[in-house]
Design a protein around this ligand. Structure first.
Ligand code: ADP
Ligand code: MG
Length: 713
């Protein structure tokens, strides 16, 4: 590795403008070119088979095995035309990443010949050797092997490498006894649960319940990009995805000159490449911009049906990383790669839709508004009752640095609904829906439910869970997390709340429907309004206020994870068929273990870097100073001697401090279950090292500095 930091900077600057292959101009018919989507299936499948397949997809019916061969054949022919040689069941195990094991279509048929083959069975199930995926004890209690099963609601796609292509078939991953070993299975279950509740609720409003509820998700993705030469010179970035040391530079994001700024050429070339790859994969990447922190960016696609959007977000993260590599950059998806500046999140924009009605769309139609307000109140109830569960879905070693820090939504969950809606909620609570502050936009609708302002323009960037026009935006999830986790929880808790409200509404006589509804909503608001907060979520005052309201503030992952296995929550998951008790407990165990392992890795690397990189640099500095002092002490010139001595004293003390903290860290690492101690000790060590960085001769410091990694490319 190149230890010459200045050399690395020169190399980054001299990097030959990456010989960007000319991108072929993108035409709209390229969109989805690498996806075996429904239109393509329709073109290529016999009508009856296509119809059966669509029934499966639209109605959530089990897949008819008799059509699998025909679908597999059409899929293979298409994939071969697109240059694919292999196929894989693509799935989302509990490791955080996606998994794939490739099989070639090639099938020897004797006499030195081969055909390209792909059967219905190949399409429907596969048995990856799953023994190394985390299962939290499920496989030891039940069955040693797991299997992946095709999810026909998410179309197959082709993933391209430098000189080949692979057909990827989105699948769910389960143990043989049926326990989910992945993130997709419970997501699909939670969508079914919410679908049932939405239908039940809509029946109360006079709908026949024949339409299916869909859930829309638009996931905004934040990320950092740095030059790969800096990355490879930082063992902490390579091993943990974040800088364990590094003093924030004098100028970072204070001037707010990066956010929405003009996008640099090199970055724009990268983004263009990303967009074109995503479009070919049928992923509707829409917006791209500079984010608040230097070297931080965001990509947002247009919202899609939840299951597909979750898969697409997983692909987006992969494409970001691979494309960065092609451009000599590294994409950091860690929630907090750099201390002292903004971290990265994933804004989860969510809305339930019945038929073509977005249940979160307020408007001027009084009937629609009754549905809107009921949905809103269901969500208020759900989030208040289960804010601990929602918080648990965002917990991770990386996100701990973000939640609770000053720029990210805090670990205390609350809901922002804006001033105008707050006013309406207030009136419903008081039972006196008259006029409002915003009389212009208010009309009392049928049976006292008001017409609502369509565009609540007020924006609150500090709330973890904000109503934004016609959707809720959950901002706590971390940039590297799968969207599955938080949506599983969101769907389940809203399913419960809607169910509870529907149960009450079903008892209301038709003639009093609106007054009955109003009384129910009034009660919901009275019991759950403490979760609504429209002020500054970053302020100290809110922390105090939230504590007074009894809202949980679960600061660390282990605290947050505990919610998963509370008896009432296990019962909730069971009731809605989302997780069995075994599944919840296994997840709790897996996530906690992953957290502890990550902390341990960071701790070990901190110790290692402190002893093998930082202390030696400090010693060199000290010995230079001491040499100077010795020489000066024997000569006439005394000016400067005092400052040399003072510098030596400072450096020496820091080195002693670092060595002392190294020993504490070492002790914490030797203990069992000492994550909290390790985290604390790493933070102490970091403070000392970052102070040392600011005192040591710039030429001696071998690790690339923040001011370089974040600003030079
Ligand atoms: P921002 O939050 O940055 O202002 P937008 O409000 O335009 O951005 O949208 C952010 C994301 O929300 C996009 O992915 C967008 O497609 C998605 N979105 C918009 N409307 C809905 C909706 N009804 N349900 C779910 N997601 C939505
Ligand atoms: Mg947003």
């Amino acid at each position: 590795m190149n230890c010459d930091r200045k050399g690395i900077i020169r190399a980054v600057l001299n990097r030959a403008e990456s010989a960007d292959e000319e991108l072929k101009p993108f035409t709209t018919d390229c969109f989805g070119g690498d996806v075996f989507h429904f239109t393509r299936m329709k073109e290529r499948l016999p009508k009856p088979i296509y119809k059966k397949l669509m029934d499966t997809v639209a109605e959530g019916q089990p897949l008819d095995a008799s059509i699998a061969d025909a679908v597999a054949h059409a899929m293979k022919e298409w994939a071969l035309e697109r240059g694919a040689t292999h196929f894989t069941h693509w799935f989302q195990p509990l490791t955080g990443a996606t998994a794939e094991k490739h099989d070639s279509f090639l099938e020897p048929v004797g006499n030195g010949q081969a055909i390209m083959s792909f059967s219905g069975k190949n399409l429907i199930v596969s048995e990856p050797d799953a023994s190394s995926f985390p299962s939290g004890g499920i496989r030891s209690t039940f069955e040693a092997r797991g299997y992946t099963a095709w999810d026909p609601t998410s179309p197959a796609f082709i993933k391209r490498g430098r000189n080949g292509a692979t057909l990827c078939i989105p699948t769910a991953f389960c143990a043989y006894a049926g326990e989910a070993l992945d993130k997709k299975t419970p997501l699909l279950r939670s969508m079914q649960a919410l679908n049932r509740s939405v239908k039940r609720l809509m029946k109360c409003f006079g709908y026949d319940g024949s339409a299916n509820a869909k859930i829309a998700l638009g996931a905004e993705q934040e990320y950092f990009l740095i030059d790969e030469q800096f990355y490879y010179a930082r063992p902490d970035l390579v091993q943990t995805g974040r800088t364990l040391f590094g003093a924030p530079p004098p100028k970072h994001q204070q001037l707010e000159d990066h956010y929405f700024g003009a996008i640099q050429n090199r970055i724009l070339a990268f983004m263009t490449d990303v967009d074109s790859t995503l479009w070919r994969l049928g992923i509707p990447a829409k917006t791209r911009h500079n984010e608040v922190a230097p070297a931080q960016f965001e990509l947002a696609p247009v919202f899609e049906e939840l299951n597909l959007a979750v898969d697409h977000n997983m692909i987006i993260m992969e494409v970001l990383k691979q494309t960065a590599e092609k451009h000599g950059l590294v994409c950091l998806l860690h929630e907090k790669p750099f201390a002292g500046i903004n971290g990265s999140g994933k804004h989860n924009n969510w809305s339930p839709i019945y038929g073509d009605i977005n249940l979160l769309n307020p408007g001027s139609d009084p009937d629609q508004n009754a549905i809107f307000l009921t949905t809103l109140c269901s969500i208020i109830m759900a989030v208040d009752k289960h804010s601990d569960l929602l918080r648990s879905a965002t917990a991770s070693a990386g996100n701990d640095h973000r939640l609770g820090a000053n720029e990210a939504p805090p670990a205390i969950l609350s809901i922002f609904i804006g001033e105008q809606l707050a006013d309406i909620i207030d009136q419903i609570e008081k039972g006196s829906l008259k006029s409002s502050k915003h009389a212009g936009s208010m009309r009392i609708g049928v049976d006292t439910l008001p017409a609502l302002p369509r565009d609540t323009t007020d924006r609150n960037r500090t709330s973890p869970f904000a109503f934004t026009n016609n959707k809720f935006e959950f901002r706590a999830p971390g940039s590297s997390q799968s969207c599955a986790g938080c949506n599983i929880i969101l769907n389940t808790i809203v399913a419960e709340a809607m169910d509870d409200i529907a149960a009450l509404l079903e008892k209301v006589p038709k003639a009093n429907f609106h007054s009955g509804l109003q009384a129910i909503l009034q009660k919901v608001i009275k019991s759950h309004k403490r979760i609504i907060f429209n002020g500054d979520n970053y302020s100290e005052a809110w922390k105090k206020e939230a504590a007074k309201r009894g809202l949980p503030n679960l600061r660390t992952t282990p605290e947050a994870m505990a919610a998963l296995i509370k008896p009432e929550n296990i019962a909730l998951f069971k009731k809605y068929g989302v997780f069995s008790e075994v599944e919840v407990r296994s997840r709790h165990e897996i996530f906690l273990e992953e957290y502890q392992r990550k902390i341990r890795i960071e701790g070990e690397l901190s110790l290692n870097m402190a002893r093998t990189i930082i202390l030696p640099i400090g010693s060199k500095q000290l010995s230079e100073l001491v040499k100077t002092i010795a020489v000066m002490s024997g000569c006439e010139i005394k000016a400067g001697l005092a400052s040399q001595k003072a510098a030596a004293e400072t450096i020496g003390k820091l080195l002693d401090g670092i060595e002392l903290e190294c020993r504490s860290l070492e002790k914490a690492l030797a203990a069992k279950d000492a994550s909290a101690k390790i985290v604390e000790s790493m933070a102490n060590l970091r403070k000392l090292v970052d102070t040392l960085e600011k005192r040591v001769d710039d030429d001696l410091w071998t690790l690339p500095k923040y001011r370089e990694m974040l600003f030079i490319n």
